[in-house]
Write a protein of this length. Structure first.
Length: 66
């Protein structure tokens, strides 16, 4: 992940990293991202669960997988 971060930053992207899903949600609440790269397995929730929760935060009326 650190190599991906370095590459994205080298191309001008601002990167925020989080150790687990709960921290990713907190970071998103502070500063919503335009794109998210996530692991499938991580502490507390899967990457699919995280993406569903992030979609609901960005578009509250949207079902998680529409």
């Amino acid at each position: 992940m650190l190599a991906m971060r370095a590459d994205l930053e080298r191309h001008g992207y601002r990167v925020t990293m989080a150790f687990d899903g709960a921290r990713a949600l907190a970071a998103f609440d502070k500063d919503p991202a335009d794109a998210v790269v996530t692991d499938f397995r991580m502490p507390g929730m899967t990457g699919l669960e995280l993406i569903g929760l992030l979609r609901q935060r960005r578009h509250p009326g949207c079902p998680p997988w529409s």
